[in-house]
Design a protein. Sequence first.
Lengths: 251, 252, 282
Amino acid sequence: MRPPGLLAALIVFGAIGLLETACQTGLLQHSVVLPPSEIAASLWNILQSGAFNRAIFLTLSNIFITAALAIFFGFVVGVLLHSVSYLRAGLEPFLASYYAIPTFIFYPVFIVLFGVGSASIIAISVLLAIVAMITATLSGLDRIPIVLRKTAKVMRLNTLETAVSILLPSALPYLVTGARLAIAYAFIGVIASEFILSGQGVGYAISYAYNNFDNQTMYGLILLIILIVVGTNMLLDAFDRRQPTQTARNR
Amino acid sequence: MRNLGPPLIFLVLLLLGWDVLHLQIANGSISSPREAGARLVALMSGARFWADVGETGFAFVIACLLSIMFGVLIGVGLGLSRLATEAFEPILVTFYSLPKVILYPLVLLAFGLGASAKIAFGVMHGLVPMALLTRNAIAEIKPVYLRSANVMQLDGFATLRLVLLPAVLPELVGGMRIAFSLSLLGVLIGEMFAAKRGLGFAAMNAMGLGDINTILAIGLFLGTFSVLANVMMLSVERSLRHVHSNSVTQAA
Amino acid sequence: MDDVSHQVSARETGEQAIIAKLSGVTRDYPAARGAKPLHALGPIDLELKQGEFFSVVGPSGCGKSTLLDILTGLSPPTAGTATFEGKRIHGVPDGVGVVFQEDATFPWLDVEANLSFGLKQLQLSARERQDRVEQALRIMGLVGFRSAFPAQLSGGMRQRVCIARTLVTQPRLIVLDEPFGSLDQQTRLLMGDELLRIWRETGATVFFITHSIDEAVMLSDRVGVMSARPGTFIDMLETGWAQKRDSRNVADPHFGKLTGQIWGKLRGEALRQMQLQNDVAL
């Protein structure tokens, strides 16, 4: 049995090797694509010099706040919609088509409401991330087997005990999936907002470097983002695997 | 749709909330639904708006078709081979959770400014979910369907056409719905900072001018379009499933 | 008051005491959107004797599970009264354990934690708690699986976990709703033997719902036969088995006679129920 992800990692390293050769042999022009080794060196310099430390910190803390808000309020809204079926019937068609609307275009509205800066970016990104959490909470609650609710009654648990020790653990796999999606969307929302709209953060730094033909910085920062996303994913994967196996369960 | 009442009431509440925002919180600097509606009507009577819609629509249709086509192909490939799944699924999942805007410089390098870059950007958003959903649909085909096809002595093509395709069709339509939404999003984002035409550019332009009224009008247009399209696709999906509800219960 | 005098009189006459009693119990479902009101069950009269093994057979859809819900206090009857140990049933009474047809193990807990979860509500010392869990693990043959998670177990093993989780509370009435419904025939027979052994060892009263005539006859002291919807008892048979019995009694000619007798009563009802369900579907 191969460890999970080994094959994928080999492919990625192979691709990096190919790119490196293509660059070093002059197949790809240096003015267009930097060889991976140079990108890595550039990232190292960026981190060592600390020139972007403030931008990186700002972006990451905005992502963290966004993810936390989206997960919390997404869960609360999901529970609310699940318990009031009329609300749910009203909202569901909109939830389904939500992702086709580029939330970013409403940035000016948020600037009026929250002012220029992090608050507006966080608001937009929460709006992007929260729907994934709402949807996941709904499907998690939908899939709690009726027999478990009955079991709670037989064990004479009260409402709070039932929610905490039966309903929540039963829906947890779905909630974890929703939280992971919300985190992914928090990354996408914050960095895209910075890139497109604002004058702050890593997203903006990439856009700025691109406009000034500063390939070193641009590629270095792109690599940084990719590494952070991959690292976050691996961390969450490891956390996922520590959960007891809940799959392979007949309905 | 089974029940239009609740969504319509929600819509009315949404408009009311917007109006309250207009009146109270922002001192009128956010235009009212009526103003935005009037602006949209004004936009829609001009040729420029429809040129933008055409521009965006063209790129979107191509991006959506490419996402679905290649998404299904990749999904089938993954679905048929465990090895391919093991090798490529983690890469696709990571790519899906990446903020794809940061790759925009690379897309511009490869495609240059213009329609092809927007399309590429749309495909980057729509392709991966289509592929992953197709893979899941294939993985969940019951083996007994294939064995039944064998017993009925269907050849490979007939099995594909008469058994496999109908079996995965509802899931595929679900995937197409997501690919539809996300490739539209990709194209619009692409237009926002690397185009001189299209609805994304028009919105970005209005943003630069601080013209909230136009932004809200464009948002209204896009929102209406995608909600209607999604509701249609959802009802197709439901009718393909041939059941009234998800749970056909059997009373003991 | 009522139950005290009742128990005394039972003891005086040398009869078995009554542990649970249903009188005139019915269940109607009100008219929902697009559906007519439904008379689903009853009237049912039943006296469960202390320590007996009682089974209910009936066509599927006849209201067996509704009967279970009423007896265990999971939902109230529309009319009539249900009592357990002389007290009106409101909610699940103390001393009643239920094993459902569906897998009710908690997938996020291992086997041992699943069992001790059942004891959460009881005020027990840690020592007593551990003793009861160990005992239930031993009785159900789960000692080697104490730290396995349900997803790692077969359907039969998971159902053992559910039975063990009920046993730890030491119920005086064990109610089972087709607990072996999803198991294969041989596993069913063996699980039936285990259930008989537990019944003898604990002295609990067992109320067993099944659609299998064989299973009802093989296990029970008394079998209640239910009609098509609205379900009522159309027959009540004493099997006359000795207390110490097991699945090998299927080879007894008496077994064939009893099952034949029940099927004779049930066949028409099953046909009628099938007709009812087709009417609903079309």
